[in-house]
Design a protein around this ligand. Structure first.
Ligand code: ADP
Ligand code: MG
Length: 753
């Protein structure tokens, strides 16, 4: 390819093979990293920076510091770790002031360790860790320094990219140079758009203060408005409108990329911390697209017409009087928010977050009374049949006395029963129907569906609403989850929903006693379990499920099952695992609830929300392998009855200090929100995103823990944009509209324009 050497020919969507220095082989390596185009390359951000002016000595290191230093390799070795037979690799380095181990728990890439020979000069960048009183690095970045003196003296702040086989940091930096130069040239070569009153050229990194480089408006907005059917134009570098960048003090995208990939002379610690204005710009944009999407969903909702409800509250009042207890303040507050929503002209779209046992069911049932009084039906959807039955029983208990007719719809019902229920729904005899979420997918016809409640929302997607919409229905929507989500994360995960929080448990619950313990104490734990069984209680024994090694986990659980049968011959033990069919699982749970079993050994997260009040002890094996929020969820299965309840966290062998400390958080608090915050800080957001993950992650630079403030700003910006220009038709906002359609399809703006 002759154009290959002409940097000006590179466009954002040019395949990366056409970048000078990339052949088919390197192209393949990059492709494996998800880098296919010039744009992908530019968005392959440094994962750290090395400040060559601040190189450290080994003797000066302190725990938790992120540092870089120069040293010599002493040796490269590997050994097996304890009984787990995990292989650990070690590169020992020394700089004359001391030595330190660089530990690797897996091989970063083929040939990685072969690169290092005794006496070789290396740069090491990483976080200092303390392990059993000694300092070490875990998976640091190690770079060959031989013959890099010239480079070292020229640059002060070096971006560090993840190296891989056949791709060194140095070669990545060279590719970035080529790509940046080409893109900068393109940007300055584009004819100025007629509407750009700034007429600024987006120029180089040295353009001075933050706002100096004027981004230009993309081709899309030049001249006449495009027809809606016309495909969006090819991606341009700058997509944020000038006014937005001015308001939020964002440098141009080109400037940001330039700085991030080629830190200028004098670049400071804000690069290392990824808090420079240029990092902020990129992070802001990553959040902004997500928030704009969520905001557009929300604004679309506000234009839908809801079933007309009036605040008729007689039945609700009668419910309050009929209850053997008072609703908690938090329940009342949530209910109030729901009642207000129901009276609005557009559909409610509300999430109720409440810890396990906080009484969400009752709030949902109470809402269905308002529906009934307005002559509307309510559908309550749950993830499993057993939960459906449980809610059905509750609905009968609380609602039937008030004159409502309750229905149940599950997959295991006989077809004659089903048909009868269908008929009763169609004719409006049933006021509240409880079922698995097949409820709305099937050909179920409602007479007058006004409210949909989805329980344990995190277990499945949020497509139910759009499915209903396809059927021409636009009911009020209430989703409930027992997985507390940190507030900041809720903005991204549930950003299109209004949120009510039930942060108070009904009075009189005695807290669950939680203890962290070890293999060596197994006998005592079993003795304690025996005591509880003798008293007539039931127990859960839970094993972690790690997908890649499902077989091993199952084997662990099966052997535990066998051992427990031998250990407790007078008691019945059951096994529940992920390979079982849903109805088999339901059957086991049902029998456990009926006390046909005394001990339930499970590899799978025990079905959410299932109430077995007589089960008061839970033993969690390999507790270190669970996230804190998961542990919290599991623990919530006990403490549901009158008996004092216990949760025993068994740690595996050779767990780190960190894992132990983490597990101890569970001993200290039973507040799901506190636990969620801790979990987010430790494990990142993956844990919470669950079914909603698709499209919500994929941040390349942004970090939901570190960048909360930027997230808030970008959310504010997104909502402001749509408030001022709901259809995104203003010429300066067209690039936003184009991007939304490009990323989420025309449907994302179905109600817009
Ligand atoms: P979750 O929020 O986990 O779904 P549930 O709705 O299953 O919790 O409620 C847990 C238990 O607490 C149920 O047995 C329910 O009857 C009871 N409950 C709910 N609200 C109150 C209250 N205000 N006072 C006392 N008990 C309550
Ligand atoms: Mg529940």
């Amino acid at each position: 390819m002759s154009e290959k050497s002409a940097p000006g020919a590179l466009k954002l969507d040019t395949p990366v093979q056409f970048v000078k220095g990339v052949g088919p082989k390197l192209g393949d390596v990059l492709k494996k990293k998800g880098v296919e185009t010039v744009q992908d390359l530019l968005e392959w951000y440094p994962r750290a920076y090395e400040d060559r002016r601040a190189a450290r000595t080994i003797s000066s290191l302190k725990p938790d510091e992120l540092v870089s230093l120069r040293a010599k390799v002493i040796r490269v070795s590997s050994f097996n770790m304890g009984a787990s037979k995990r292989k650990i690799y070690d590169v020992t380095i020394s700089d004359g002031t001391g030595k330190i181990h660089c530990k690797f728990f897996r091989v970063p890439y083929k040939g990685f360790f072969e690169r290092f020979k005794p006496n070789q000069d290396v740069r090491v960048i990483g976080k200092v860790q303390a392990y059993r009183g000694q300092l070490e690095f875990n998976h640091p970045d190690i770079q060959d320094e031989t013959g890099d003196e010239a480079q070292a003296s020229a640059d002060e702040m070096i971006p560090v990219y993840p190296e891989s086989e056949g791709l060194t940091n140095r070669s990545i930096r060279k590719l970035m140079e080529v790509a940046l130069d080409a893109v900068a040239l393109q940007e300055s070569a584009s004819p100025p758009p007629a509407t750009n009153r700034y007429g600024a050229t987006a120029s180089s990194a040295s353009a001075g203060p933050r706002m100096a480089g004027g981004g230009r408006l993309p081709t899309a907005v030049r001249g006449k408005t495009r027809a809606a059917s016309e495909p969006p134009p090819p991606a341009k570098l700058e997509k944020l409108p000038e006014w937005l960048r001015t308001k939020y003090e964002l440098p141009s995208r080109l400037e940001a990329l330039e700085h991030v990939h080629r830190p200028p002379e004098g670049a400071g610690a804000d690069y290392i911390e990824q808090t420079s204005p240029y990092h902020r710009r990129i992070i802001f944009e990553e959040f902004f697209w997500l928030e704009l999407y969520l905001a557009s969903k929300k604004s679309g909702l506000q234009r839908e017409k809801a079933p007309a409800f009036e605040p008729r509250l007689t039945l609700l009042e009668r419910l309050r009087k009929s209850l053997p207890f008072q609703l908690t303040g938090a329940q009342e507050r949530s209910l109030n928010e729901i009642v207000k929503d129901l009276a609005k002209p557009h559909p409610m779209h509300r999430l109720v977050q409440g810890d396990v046992g906080s009484g969400k069911t009752l709030v949902a049932l109470a809402a269905s009374l308002v529906a009934k009084e307005n002559a509307f039906q309510t559908a309550i959807m749950v993830p499993t049949e057993i939960l459906a039955e449980q809610h059905y029983q509750n609905a009968i208990r609380y609602l039937e006395p008030l004159g409502l007719t309750i229905g149940l719809l599950t997959g295991s019902m006989k077809s004659s029963e089903r048909n009868q229920t269908y008929e009763m729904l169609r004719t409006g005899v049933i006021d509240v129907i409880v079922g698995t979420h097949a409820l709305i997918q099937e050909a179920v016809e409602f007479k007058n569906l006004g409210l949909v409640v989805i329980d344990e929302q995190h277990r499945f997607g949020v497509h139910q609403r759009s499915e209903l919409k396809k059927k021409g229905l636009s009911p009020h929507f209430l989703v409930m989850t027992a997985t507390p989500i940190p507030r900041t994360l809720a903005m991204t995960v549930y950003g299109d929903l209004d949120v009510s929080v039930i942060d108070e448990l009904p009075p009189g619950r005695s807290p669950i006693v939680t203890r962290v313990t070890y293999e060596s104490k197994r006998e005592q734990v079993m003795g304690f379990l025996k005591d509880q069984l003798v008293k007539g209680r039931q127990a859960y024994v839970v094993y972690p499920l790690v997908e890649e090694s499902e077989k091993i986990d199952l084997r662990d659980a099966v052997s535990a099952f066998n051992e427990l049968e031998v250990l407790f011959p007078d008691y019945k033990v059951a096994l529940l695992h992920g390979k079982m069919k849903p109805d088999e699982k339901d059957e086991v749970m049902r029998k456990f609830r009926a006390k046909d079993f005394d001990i339930l050994v499970s590899t799978t997260v025990i079905e959410v929300g299932v109430d077995v009040p007589n089960a008061n002890i839970m033993i969690i094996e390999h507790a270190e392998r669970f996230g804190l929020s998961q542990l919290h969820q599991l623990r919530g299965r006990v403490g549901r009855g009158e008996h004092k309840s216990y949760c025993v966290l068994m740690l595996g062998k050779a767990v780190s200090d960190e894992s132990r400390e983490r597990a101890q958080i569970m001993e200290q608090t039973s507040d799901g929100f506190k636990i969620a915050e801790a979990d987010l800080a430790i494990r990142g957001p993956g844990e919470f995103l669950g079914a909603r993950q698709s499209g919500l992650t994929g941040f390349k630079m942004a970090n939901l823990v570190r960048d909360v403030k930027i997230l808030q700003e970008s959310r504010e910006a997104a909502f402001e944009v749509l408030e001022k220009d709901p259809d995104l038709t203003a010429i300066e906002n067209r690039p936003l509209r184009d991007e939304l359609v490009r990323a989420h399809g025309p449907a994302s703006l179905a109600s817009v324009g």
